[in-house]
Design a protein around this ligand. Structure first.
Ligand SMILES: Cc1ncc(COP(=O)(O)O)c(C=O)c1O
Length: 313
């Protein structure tokens, strides 16, 4: 019997405590891996597989499961009852943290960038956080920039008492080690793994989990070209050194975070139609698939290559 929870040894006794609580969420793991026929890839002799992390769990979708579960496990194991984390008004990570709190009986606090939002009606994303029991704390952008400053975090402790802090985007060392399971699931199945990058935590883990001879390419959804350094830093924090073989592509941010272009829109609609997928997440998944399809068209991969594209949300 295989373990439903990453990191739990096969053949061990039935889960109890945190493991039982997490197993009760019935994640679909390993996530499905399916081959799709796409003539843009076939023309270049490249096979395309979709790694459907979007099907792992309806509330803890994709890389959220991979990255949050190690932090949730630590909170449950250490008897912490409150998680605090950070995000913008449309943050997938805030939504997933709020849902995890509801599912596991943990209190959650979301520190939201933008003091002015406190006086406006909540958007759908933040409304869902509140419906899941998350307490929202709106802060000015200048203050938000201090989110990694211990003195500022102490002030949050004064306000809210004890909590387990999960960084913006959920990318800490535990999250990166959790995302390595994604790479391990792809061993022997593909030559190249493609994934969208925001903080770079998923790429850092994915690349570390792949076998020798496989490599990962990350598609940055942000302008600025700083992600290579971030992924290296995250790998150092998680594993003490750079791990695996990976690169970051900076050409496909389509104007920057949460920006889109008519080309990206047309591509995303067409890709979902061709392959019978639900609407693609525009912020991350569509940009990665767009970038990957462009690279294949440019002949970036030799004929005979198998590429697994991770549908992270
Ligand atoms: C759907 C989706 N894909 C990819 C990413 C990027 O993950 P990371 O921040 O680990 O690079 C995110 C980030 O939140 C996301 O929500």
């Amino acid at each position: 019997m295989s373990s439903a929870i990453p990191g739990r040894p096969l053949g061990s006794s039935p889960p109890s405590g945190p493991e039982a609580a997490l197993a009760a969420l019935a994640p679909r793991l390993p996530s499905p891996l399916t081959e799709v026929a796409d003539e843009r890839f076939a023309r270049r002799g490249v096979r395309l597989l979709l790694k459907r992390d979007d099907l792992i769990h309806p509330d803890l979708v994709g890389n959220k499961w991979r990255k949050l579960v190690p932090n949730l496990r630590a909170a449950l194991r250490d008897g912490r009852d409150t998680l605090l984390t950070f995000g913008g008004a449309y943050s997938n990570h805030l939504r997933a943290t709020a849902a995890a709190g509801r599912l596991l009986g943990l209190s959650t606090i979301g520190v939201v960038r933008g003091e002015e939002l406190a006086d406006r009606p909540l958007n759908d994303s933040l409304s869902r956080c509140v419906a899941d029991g998350m307490r929202l704390h709106f802060v000015a952008r200048a203050e938000y920039r201090r989110r990694n400053d211990p003195a500022w975090v102490d002030r949050l402790h004064d306000l809210f008492g004890p909590f387990l802090l999960v960084p913006e985007g959920g990318s800490n060392a535990a999250a990166v080690r959790g995302a390595a399971e994604l790479g391990r699931e792809l061993r022997g199945a593909a030559d190249v793994a493609a994934v969208a990058c925001g903080t770079g935590g998923t790429l850092a883990g994915l690349a570390a989990g792949l076998a020798e001879g496989q490599y990962a390419v990350g598609f940055s959804v942000l302008r600025g070209g700083f992600l290579t350094g971030e992924v290296e830093r995250l790998q150092h924090d998680a594993f003490g050194r750079r791990r695996g073989s990976w690169t970051v592509e900076d050409r496909f941010h389509c104007g920057g975070f949460a920006r889109t272009t008519p080309d990206l829109e047309a591509f995303a609609r067409d890709f979902a139609d061709r392959h019978g997928l639900p609407e693609l997440d525009r912020t991350y998944v569509a940009k990665a698939l767009y970038g990957l399809t462009t690279l294949v068209g440019e002949g970036a991969f030799p004929p005979g290559t198998t590429v697994a594209a991770v549908v992270t949300g």
